[in-house]
Write a protein that binds this ligand. Structure first.
Ligand SMILES: CC(=O)N[C@H](C=O)[C@@H](O)[C@H](O)[C@H](O)COP(=O)(O)O
Length: 224
């Protein structure tokens, strides 16, 4: 368990995900993205669903952080049920990522204990607020990620990463991962300056559709 935490310290984790309907939505495409991440220097990849965990696991020799997104009325929930966590472990995940916002089927302390005792893996708790982060850390989470800040009613809405949350959690002694809307090298440097243990970058690296749309929107042709 300690080795994954050591391996990720000071590093870039690349989130290799593609939603239903996206041209990259296939385990093979996710595996190719994971290969790019590995060649580029990533210390781990973050992957959605057991089938993508299997694909990434066989493609790269890096720790695989597994999650399983489930569609709810307002947003995707991250691994909100125990069975989903267990299936990720079966698929070869090295870390289980799950939300610690109170919307999972287990209280966070029970989830952390079961991930440790039954799966033998570390838990990455995805949170939206400082209170959720410190609670998850006290409850035994190994990593606390700012993943959900900006996606819940109780967190600030912004197009920028929530580096203030990263700084507050790190200052409180929480092993904090900066995740969500990091898109530039300045964001990455600022996250580490704020005390991050690691950073996760997804869209800005692995979603050419989103990147194309953003740059297209800056063209005269987009106004036609
Ligand atoms: C909110 C939510 O469901 N976030 C998901 C968590 O796994 C992913 O959709 C994000 O891509 C990931 O967090 C990385 O963030 P960004 O793509 O902004 O670099």
């Amino acid at each position: 368990m300690g080795s994954v935490l050591e391996a990720t310290a000071g590093g870039l984790v690349v989130s290799c995900q593609a939603p239903e309907g996206h041209p990259l939505r296939s385990p093979d495409a996710i595996a190719r993205l994971a290969e790019c991440a590995a060649l580029g220097g990533a210390v781990a990849v973050r992957v959605n669903s057991p089938e993508d965990v299997r694909a990434a696991r066989s493609a790269v020799d890096l720790p695989v952080i597994g999650l399983h997104k489930v569609r709810a009325a307002d947003r995707y929930l991250i691994t909100p049920a125990w069975d989903l966590a267990a299936a990720l472990a079966d698929a070869g995940a090295d870390v289980i990522a799950a939300e610690a916002t109170g919307r999972g089927d287990l209280p966070i302390a029970e989830l952390a204990a079961r991930v440790h005792d039954e799966l033998g893996l570390p838990l990455m708790a995805d949170v939206a607020t400082f209170e959720q982060g410190t609670a998850a850390w006290s409850a035994g989470a190994d990593l606390v990620a700012t993943t959900l800040s900006g996606y819940t009613m109780d967190s600030p809405q912004s197009t920028e990463p929530d580096l203030d949350l990263v700084a507050r959690l790190a200052l409180a002694g929480v092993r904090t991962v900066a995740e969500g809307r990091l898109a530039t090298d300045s964001h990455v440097r600022a996250a580490f300056a704020a005390g991050a243990h690691a950073v996760v970058v997804g869209t800005a690296i692995t979603d050419p559709l989103a990147l194309t749309r953003r740059l297209y929107a800056a063209t005269p042709a987009s106004a036609r």
